[in-house]
Design a protein around this ligand. Structure first.
Ligand code: CA
Length: 246
């Protein structure tokens, strides 16, 4: 089993919004990383993303302590956060309901396990290849998958930001899908909210990885670039660099 040293960068900007509903977790002890983008009126989004940031690391910790596998631990943690957020929103009037996206990555051994609900994304940057590891759970993306819309039409669809799966979703038939990715030395993993991914292209990631060796510098540069390109949203990302321990 290969050993990896992780170097991590993270940055979150409120941007022009009156509050920052994005939350991120860098848990170096557990090698768990998460970005959550809350939604809901009157600061409820902050409550939901804050709950995800609290519940998920704790739940993963308990599962791993019980020697549960990494993928099962992530799935359970997501399900636990989902029901806690649903419960907290119960009885609230329509406009006071809340939810949050969550994209999580848990590194264990040779793999990093990636799970996502909503439209925050994970990307793997390996050499000059960029791979989006997550699927956006937006209605527009589902329409693309079914062939009803082209990707170009989806970009202008009013359903682009309407999510059909997220944490706080009362009727979620199946939970989060967990994807194991085998890690290579030199890999960079990016987790980001849509305030960033709406303005950063895969080409930006290909060139950026060559230019920014330091994950913190790269994370700050990516957030700054999204804001300069007119992101009117909260903008958050985590960059994890996997380096060979030898
Ligand atoms: Ca957002």
């Amino acid at each position: 089993m290969a050993e990896f040293v992780l170097r991590i960068g993270s940055f979150s900007a409120q941007g022009v919004r009156p509050n920052n509903e994005d939350r991120f977790v860098v848990d170096e002890g557990q090698r768990l990383f998460m970005v959550a983008d809350g939604m809901g009126g009157q600061e409820r989004g902050e409550v939901a993303s804050g709950m995800a940031a609290e519940i998920i690391p704790q739940a993963v910790k308990e599962s791993l302590a019980n020697e549960e596998a990494a993928d099962a631990a992530l799935r359970r943690a997501m399900a636990q956060a989902n029901s806690a957020i649903v419960d907290a929103g119960r009885g609230q009037p329509e406009g006071r309901r809340m939810g949050t996206t969550a994209v999580c990555a848990l590194h264990k051994g040779d793999n990093v396990y990636v799970a996502s609900l909503g439209d925050s994304r994970a990307y793997l940057i390996r050499d000059d290849a960029v791979e989006q590891l997550t699927v956006d759970h937006s209605v527009a993306q589902a329409l693309v998958a079914s062939g009803a819309l082209t990707p170009e039409e989806a970009r202008h669809s009013p359903y682009q930001h309407v999510l059909h799966k997220f944490l706080g979703c009362a009727n979620m038939a199946e939970g989060a899908e967990v994807k194991p990715i085998s890690v290579h030395a030199g890999d960079r993993l990016l987790l980001a909210s849509d305030g960033l991914t709406n303005h950063i292209t895969e080409q930006d990631l290909r060139t950026g990885v060559l230019k920014y060796a330091d994950p913190q510098e790269w994370a700050e540069h990516l957030v700054k670039t999204a804001l300069e390109r007119g992101s009117r949203d909260n903008v958050t990302c985590i960059v994890v660099a996997f380096e060979s321990a030898a």
